[in-house]
Design a protein around this ligand. Structure first.
Ligand SMILES: Cc1cc2nc3c(=O)[nH]c(=O)nc-3n(C[C@H](O)[C@H](O)[C@H](O)COP(=O)(O)O)c2cc1C
Length: 211
């Protein structure tokens, strides 16, 4: 089955457009409005079930590069980090360019491999460790639709994906300011294997299953 266009258009490319807007010279106030408008896409609700009980938590996710590009992406992140550490707007511009090249570019990114970092060993961490499963929910407000992403989930505490996820986080949250507010955390990776269309027209129709 092909990746549904609603997933690519309303989730993947809608997030890319946010980065394009960032590069278009909006003021910080205007940018804040854009980020609020896109917040449902940046931090989906992540549901898990397991020893910690049925749980749901919003988690800020990114798309991972395809495996063959992870090393190259890390090299580029290292270059940006050393060149733009603490350099404010220039660092944001370099970050946006990286996002367009590696995160929102279907040649290099896998739109069905999402990742976050887990700042606590809370319910999500415990349930993923035990079951290897998670479901992500994305609402398109006010009532344009909703997608349910069922995923194989894993916690990764070392190696290239761990390094990549933390460096991407630092790209926006540490490099521009020249300081990190917290240490690196374990990554959680979500490999989407089924997508359901939960709009009130489709009522839970399966629209994608990994072949
Ligand atoms: C908008 C938003 C984004 C968040 N993103 C993250 C995240 O990326 N990583 C994380 O560990 N917690 C994140 N949190 C906090 C978690 O949702 C949650 O409160 C915490 O991880 C405990 O989750 P638990 O239910 O797994 O115990 C975020 C919270 C909000 C409101």
């Amino acid at each position: 089955m092909k990746i549904p266009s609603i997933y690519l258009e309303k989730f993947f490319y809608a997030r890319r457009r946010l980065v394009e807007i960032m590069l278009s010279g909006k003021t910080p106030d205007e940018m804040e409005v854009e980020i609020i408008k896109a917040s449902h896409l940046l931090s989906p609700m992540v549901a898990t079930c397991g020893p910690a009980g049925p749980n749901v938590a919003p988690l800020m996710v990114t798309f991972l590069p395809r495996e063959q590009y992870v090393g190259e992406a890390i090299e580029e992140l290292r270059r940006i980090r050393s060149k733009y550490w603490g350099s404010g707007p220039k660092a944001y511009r370099a970050a946006a360019e990286f996002l367009l090249e590696y995160v929102y570019n279907l040649e290099r990114a896998d739109p069905l491999r999402l990742a976050t970092h887990l700042m606590s060993k809370g319910h999500t961490y415990t349930n993923i460790e035990a079951t290897g499963e998670a479901t992500l929910g994305i609402l398109f407000p006010p009532d344009e639709g909703a997608l349910e992403l069922r995923a194989k989930a894993s916690i990764i505490s070392q190696g290239p994906v761990y390094e990549y996820v933390n460096m991407v986080h630092d790209l926006m949250h540490a490099v521009p300011h020249g300081e990190s507010s917290h240490p690196w955390y374990p990554a959680a990776v979500f490999e989407v294997y089924e997508i359901y269309d939960n709009s009130y027209q489709a009522l839970g129709k399966l629209v994608y299953r990994r072949g």
